[in-house]
Design a protein around this ligand. Sequence first.
Ligand code: ADP
Ligand code: MG
Length: 308
Amino acid sequence: MPYKIEVPRELAASHARHSGDAGRAWIEALPDLAASFLDRWDLTPDGVPSYGVVSLVIPVRRAGGGRAALKLQPANEENDGEPVGLRAWAGAGAVLLLDADPATGTLLLERLDPDRSLATLPDGAEAVRILAGLLARLTALPAPPGLRRLADVAAAMPSTARRALPGLADPEERRLAHVCVSAVRDLLPEPGDRLLHWDLHYGNVLAGEREPWLAIDPKPLAGDPGFDLMPALWNRWDEVVASGDVARAVRARFDLMTETLGLDRRRAAGWTLGRVLQNTLWDLAGGAHRMGPAQRAIGEVMRPLWGP
Ligand SMILES: Nc1ncnc2c1ncn2[C@@H]1O[C@H](COP(=O)(O)OP(=O)(O)O)[C@@H](O)[C@H]1O
Ligand SMILES: [Mg+2]
């Protein structure tokens, strides 16, 4: 009997919410997609699937018995660089890519522990240190050709901001967002050329065997490593708040990251303001009228580090 996966209800809901009819159609076709790749790559299901906001990941065994993970996700601009980035890292600090089908966005990956990520590590400070160490290794490589470029992403921001920022209800937040725009403009002539992950938050670092911790789920971008700090700053945010001094806790994370990556603090602060702007523009496009509290707090800490 052909293998029939059960599509997690939450994953179906998330696709419908984010992609409407196209999302529902992808979910409907997902069982056949899974079956066709199990067949094509000669894989046997080997446990309970995991899922994120976008992907379904099925633990599998390969023909020779080796353990792997089959990642199913719709092919789109967001993730078409994923196999390119993973191939460039070749397993050093990141999950190994075993096979890929760019037409459907499907990947065969080295098996990691789906339930043990840096998001579940009890010691938050240790999680930040491990993440910083990984990010330093990942962003040390030059970006291979064919990836999206921070140069283009950043160049598009000022004009999008001009249209969208009047939608911010709070004048203080508008002022802060304009500081972000001017930082992006100033940094545009030097966008950098390293291989960035773009989404290295704690949940995207899983426990492995080859290395204790490995990055998954990159959205690779060619650019300045300063642009890659934000996910480490604003995730595990409850711990920043619980510290009782948000500004100090953000600065401590930022200092640790910039020291570990060997970055110029001012430039890194400027690119982080660029991420505050990017996140705010995404939120505004999604119907929000305020900055996220973490985005605002991080923006306020970065502002004096960037300059007057
Ligand atoms: N290589 C892997 N081995 C085992 N489990 C994995 C692997 N990659 C991802 N997973 C599991 O699937 C989940 C979603 O994967 P992820 O690549 O982060 O997709 P999304 O884009 O949906 O966030 C992860 O949180 C993890 O539980
Ligand atoms: Mg993920």
